[in-house]
Design a protein around this ligand. Structure first.
Ligand code: ADP
Ligand code: ASP
Ligand code: MG
Length: 412
């Protein structure tokens, strides 16, 4: 039998009625002759609640216990989904990550999937089971402890299962009916795309569009998984939603395909560092060693042999970055007057593979923001994206203005 993977996110399993509705969708695919692997998230809001309990109990928590607690939301929905399917006379059972087992690294709260043995579930399909319901987001470390894959990780569970079981398709059911030109919550001019290239989706996801976890797109690209995003709230056809696919499958692409934003970026400025050979290495080496993911960098023009160095990093790494810089200063490796952290910023990015062959995108982006009176604090570019850091209060305005400027309301 061909295998299909169907993933239901938090809002799609938010209560018993929604679980029933999702189970009916699964029933439709079973009736078509598929063996189905269903990946479920926790009910919406549940994971946040669990994370809150962890932080309240122990601010500097043991990450192994964090994972034990935070992974539990998915256990409940997996069991409920299996029961709901059984009530519909569809042969189904649930699996927690450790039972499969979804083997991961031991990087707690950000583990990577290393292997998914298929024999266990395949054996059950062979015995007449039609649906394997698997708790998303969780796995098992080599030490035998429960791990989680990072927020939004059920998407990655789904794609990894699709790759391991050579599924015909991996359908990600969520609360929007596909991937849009920007977050439809920010502007009602956002348009759903019928197709988007893996590389564009990868950039959009890593720059803040949380519709898919970045790692899930990486895996889909590597293992050529046919990945589709669609709504669990609407009647569906085989062509509904957005197909995430190879660039070659898209006939005509826009120069800019989408605008992403992230509130989770901080701007850090080292005031008055010595402008000498090796200074960048002396700053960014320790940051990297401390696990700080630096994204954008600006070095100002030097005056009297001193300069300011600005970089951006995720807001939850600010403390780690500060400590790394203080340690480097105490060790005498660098010298600076002050380190200023500005967490009241947002990163806005324009993404499109068309940028490779068309110039002028950056100029248009900067002009648009300047016409709106939005000051750009930091800039970073790559082959298919341009990102800017702006004051957080301008975030929505900047996204809307750029969406207009690149005429994304006409995108398909
Ligand atoms: P789920 O719980 O199903 O995993 P998420 O909340 O993780 O759903 O992701 C879906 C959300 O992603 C949407 O509700 C939407 O607000 C947001 N989003 C951000 N950028 C985009 C985009 N470009 N296209 C579609 N949705 C987006
Ligand atoms: N429940 C987890 C989270 O909220 C995983 C997921 O939904 O993908 O991050
Ligand atoms: Mg999600």
């Amino acid at each position: 039998m061909p295998v299909l993977v169907m993933k239901f996110g938090g809002t799609s399993v938010a209560n018993l009625d929604r679980i029933k509705r999702a189970a009916k969708r699964v029933g439709v695919e079973v009736a078509k002759g598929y063996d189905v692997i269903v990946i479920v998230s926790a009910m919406s809001g549940k994971t946040n609640e669990l994370v809150g309990w962890v932080n309240e109990t122990s601010p500097l928590y043991d990450a192994r216990e964090y994972d034990a607690i935070v992974s539990s939301g998915e256990n409940v929905t997996a069991g409920l989904m299996a029961l709901t399917l059984q009530e519909m006379d569809v042969p189904a059972r649930s699996w927690q990550g450790w039972q499969v087992p979804v083997k991961t690294t031991s990087a707690h709260s950000a583990a990577r999937i290393e292997e998914i043995p298929t024999d266990n579930i395949m054996g059950k399909f062979g015995e007449g089971m039609k649906v394997a319901v698997v708790a998303g987001f969780q796995g098992l470390s080599p030490e035998g402890r429960i791990t989680t894959l990072g927020r939004g990780g059920s998407d990655t569970t789904a794609v990894a299962f699709a790759a391991a079981f050579e599924a015909e398709r991996c359908d990600i059911y969520t609360d929007v009916d596909g991937v849009y030109t920007t977050d439809p919550r920010i502007t009602d001019k956002a348009r759903k795309l019928d197709k988007i290239a893996f590389e564009e989706m990868l950039e959009l996801a890593s720059l803040g569009a949380k519709v898919l976890q970045t790692r899930s797109v990486e895996l889909a690209m590597r293992y050529k998984v046919k990945l589709r995003v669609l709504s669990s709230f609407e009647e569906q056809s085989d062509t509904a939603g957005t197909l995430v696919c190879a660039e070659e499958e898209i006939m005509e692409s826009n120069v800019v395909s989408g605008i992403a934003y992230s509130r989770d970026e901080a701007k850090m400025t080292l005031i008055s560092v010595a402008d000498r050979p090796g200074i960048a290495a002396a700053i960014f080496g320790p940051l990297s060693d401390a696990g700080v993911n630096v994204d954008m960098i600006i070095q100002n023009i030097a005056e009297d042999g001193r300069t300011d160095m600005t970089f951006s990093c995720p807001t939850d790494q600010v403390k780690r970055a500060e400590k790394a810089m203080e340690d480097a200063k105490s060790a005498g490796d660098i010298n600076y007057h002050d380190l200023i952290a500005d967490t009241d910023v947002a990163k806005i990015s324009a993404v499109g593979i068309g940028m490779r062959s068309q110039s002028g995108v950056a100029a248009k982006m900067f002009k648009t923001l300047s016409d709106e009176g939005v000051n750009i604090k930091v800039i970073a570019t790559s082959e298919i994206k341009i990102s800017v850091l702006v004051d957080r209060k301008y975030m929505e305005l900047a996204v809307q203005a750029l969406h207009d400027a690149f005429e994304l309301e006409k995108a398909v």
